[in-house]
Every structure is written in structure tokens, then in C-alpha cells.
Design a protein around this ligand. Sequence first.
Ligand SMILES: NC(=O)c1ccc[n+]([C@@H]2O[C@H](COP(=O)([O-])OP(=O)(O)OC[C@H]3O[C@@H](n4cnc5c(N)ncnc54)[C@H](OP(=O)(O)O)[C@@H]3O)[C@@H](O)[C@H]2O)c1
Length: 323
Amino acid sequence: MDLNSISLQPIQAKTVAILGYGNQGRAQALNLRDSGVNVIVGARTGVGFDLAKKDGFNPASFESAISQSHIVMYLFPDHVIPKVYSETKHFLKKTEAVGFAHGFCYHFGWIEKLESCQYFLVGSKGAGAVLRDAFERGSGLPGVYALGKENKVLETLVQSYAKAIGLASHVLLKTTFQEETECDLFGEQVVLCGGLLELMESAFETLVQAGFNPEMAFLECCYEAKTIIELWMKYGPHGLTEKISPTAFYGGITRGKRIIDEKAKEEIKQLLREIQSGDFAKAWSEEVQTGEKLLKREKARIKNSSLEKTFQDLLQKKVKRTL
Ligand SMILES: NC(=O)c1ccc[n+]([C@@H]2O[C@H](COP(=O)([O-])OP(=O)(O)OC[C@H]3O[C@@H](n4cnc5c(N)ncnc54)[C@H](OP(=O)(O)O)[C@@H]3O)[C@@H](O)[C@H]2O)c1
């Protein structure tokens, strides 16, 4: 796809309702507005509503935002979308297209698909704050999009939407709801929010329990994770082998496979099976329905952990700019 050929005009001709003014809602609303798109923010009374006002929007109720718009984006946490969607779906009769930033609710059937609506997703490969920062710097982030049903007019509009929020400057991949949902969950669980964070914390704890200075442990096992990923992204897997010391390279290739051994690889495959079978979505639904007890317990544990304390201590030492 030639990204330069994507025009902003199709989306500039529409009014977009951004429902929810959190991470993605705020970034997408601001980027759309700066791209010349008419945006109406829909928010409940609360933090997001106040922030939208501060940012110069005139936030409306969900009903009012939907009824004034051609395109409606549901930008709430995935477990909140079904509730807000079911409360607002009867206002969608004249809506041209309904969009999401992640395919979870659509793919796992957590929302009812209306015959009268066209559905799409536009996902940024980065959090809302990163998307906004990149847009303000005149760059952008890689992104993906998917259509509920193939439709050329919708596709042109969705590509235009992606460009307006800053997702068509590097890579914009066409995917499906299924692929985006399963890949996204897999990446979160195995690497980004699961494997990587567990590895950093376990390595940190091992050094601290062995009597090492926690700040030394943090710099080695957490801070340097950021720098190695930056190098890897800049120079690639082979280029990195020239940028690290031979000692580090030898240690990595001979010891790393003891961490990611055959058993770990089998567990990684099992996580994919649980995502694809719907078992993960079922477990997550049960967690939501029982008051998110596990989430609350883990947040409290992390808040009181020695890793968090060390992070805060280093912030106090004014290394914030580099963390
Ligand atoms: N985190 C990211 O940047 C990121 C990256 C890629 C894709 N996504 C996807 O983007 C979508 C939005 O995620 P997000 O992280 O941007 O969500 P979020 O920041 O957690 O969304 C917060 C917004 O949802 C509102 N909200 C929460 N519960 C509500 C309820 N019960 N009723 C009405 N409004 C409610 C909040 O209102 P108040 O302000 O009043 O609390 C706030 O406006 C999801 O599909 C997610 O998977 C997110």
C-alpha cells in the first residue's frame, strides 16, 4: 500500500464521535482535530469529561455525540465497551460506521453486531500518550486496520481515519478482527505485559535476595532492557550482535536458551491455544464479573513491591529523564 496516496479528505468530510476520553480517546480526538476533522467527544461526567473540556472540546452525552456524527468510536476499556455499547446501540441506526481500537469485543462476540452498521478497527502500535507525542513531533506510529465486511468505500474512509490519527506515516497493515485480537493478546501476554515484566522482576528479585544493591539490580535488569530494545530496533537482530560486547553475546546465546527452554516454548504455544479457543476471554470475563479482585490484589502488590520502591528512589535521584 502506498501510504502517500492516502488522503485526509474522506474523513475530513465526516463528523466523528469519540466516546470515552482516556488513553486512546484523548489522543485520537486531539489528532483528528489537528488533522481538520470535526470531532464530538462523548463522555460521562468525570475525569475524562473535565479533561476534554480543558482540551477545548464541548463534551456531550453518548446519545448526543452519536446522533450528531457519521462515525462512532467506542474507546473504553474492553470490558466496559459491552455495557456502554448495549446502552447506546439503539442510537446507532443512522451511523455510517462503528469503530474500535482493538478487536476484542467484536471478535469474541461481547457486542451485538447490528445489520444496519459497518464495523472497523484502527489500532495503534503504542499507547495513546505515545501516539499523541509522535503526532505532535510530526511523525507517527505503525498501525493496523480491519473491516468487519469488505467494502471499498469504508476501506478508503478507515485508511483516511488512520492517517488523521497519525498511523499512516510508517506502516499501516490491513488485518482482520481475528488476527488483530489474537496477535495483540498474545503479544501482551507472552512479551509486553507478561513474559518481559515477569522476567525483569524475577531477575531483579534474584539479585536483591542475593544481597545486591537494589538500584544496581534495577539498572541491570530493567533500565538496560529499554536500551537493548532500542538498539535492537535501530540495528536489527544481527546488527545488535556487533553493538554488544563478545562477553555479553556469548553469555546470552549460551544462557538465554536455559530461560526460554523447550518447556517455556511449549507454554508459549499453550497461551496461544487458550487465546484462540476463547478460554482466555472466558477467564477474563469471569474476573470482570467477580469484581476484578485479582487485578486489584496485583496492583496493590506491585505498588508495595521493592521494584516499585527502587523505581521511585531512582526517580528522586533525578534520573527521571532517562528512565
Ligand atoms: N491504552 C492504550 O493506549 C491502547 C493502545 C491500543 C489499543 N487500545 C484500545 O483502545 C480502547 C480504549 O482503551 P484505553 O486504554 O484508551 O481506555 P481507558 O483509557 O481506560 O478509557 C478510559 C475512558 O473510559 C471511560 N469509562 C471507563 N469506565 C466507564 C463506564 N463504566 N462508563 C462510561 N465510561 C467509562 C472513562 O471515563 P472517566 O474518565 O469518567 O473515568 C474514560 O473516558 C480499548 O479497546 C483498548 O484495547 C488502548
